[in-house]
Design a protein around this ligand. Structure first.
Ligand code: SF4
Length: 82
């Protein structure tokens, strides 16, 4: 089964807190005013990634849809869901 990955382009986050509002188990607001993907790992390009289980896809898809600047993306394997 393909793994699910969330990717956050944190650099371009505008700190609206929508993601933290809809999926607080995964997203929280950081001290610098941008959101943090809880338990995420920073990649070389500066984005932050985290693998999630199928049961957590819906909440994170909702977080991605809520983002006004589209800096949250969800992948199933190499397929970009949003
Ligand atoms: S919804 Fe998007 S812009 Fe708003 S805090 Fe979350 S990642 Fe940042």
């Amino acid at each position: 089964m393909a793994s699910n990955t969330i990717r956050h382009n944190r650099e371009n986050c505008i700190g609206c807190s929508a993601c933290a509002g809809v999926a607080p188990d995964f997203w929280e607001m950081g001290a610098d005013g941008k959101s943090d993907l809880v338990g995420g790992t920073e990649r070389e390009d500066g984005s932050v990634e985290k693998e999630i289980e199928d049961k957590d896809l819906a909440a994170n898809m909702e977080a991605a849809r809520s983002c006004p600047v589209n800096v949250i993306h969800v992948f199933k394997g190499s397929d970009k869901l949003i």
